[in-house]
Design a protein around this ligand. Sequence first.
Ligand code: FES
Length: 145
Amino acid sequence: MYSAKVIDHFSNPRNVGEIENPSGVGTVGNARCGDIMRMYLDIDEQSIIREVKFKTFGCGAAVAASSMATELVKGKTIQEALKVTNKVVLEALDGLPPVKVHCSLLAEEAIHAALWDYAEKKHIVIEGLEKPVNDVSETAEGEGY
Ligand code: FES
């Protein structure tokens, strides 16, 4: 049912954790299951993603997709990272069962949300990046209550 790569990334997820004082952080939720993903990025002056970490309350497919996505964006420029779409992550994992594809979307959305946060902090516009619709950081942090 799951590819060897999915099982590997689920069993040994890469880049789990958090970054202190990240350049950008994004938190997204999956409306279908209520699972949550948070992505931290450390971006240098050359717009290169030096470090990336993630944390999730998500299922195995979400963990594997996020682990793979972090590997794919690490060391890349912001523009290159935007090309790491859900489809690219799925291909790198040799696919997921159709019922689990929505889980992998969390990874792409969380990276975009973290990039959006970075752009807002830096007062810059990242070409091709749209405002995340799924950013639940405020509720996840318990802020605003
Ligand atoms: Fe929620 Fe997979 S079941 S992310």
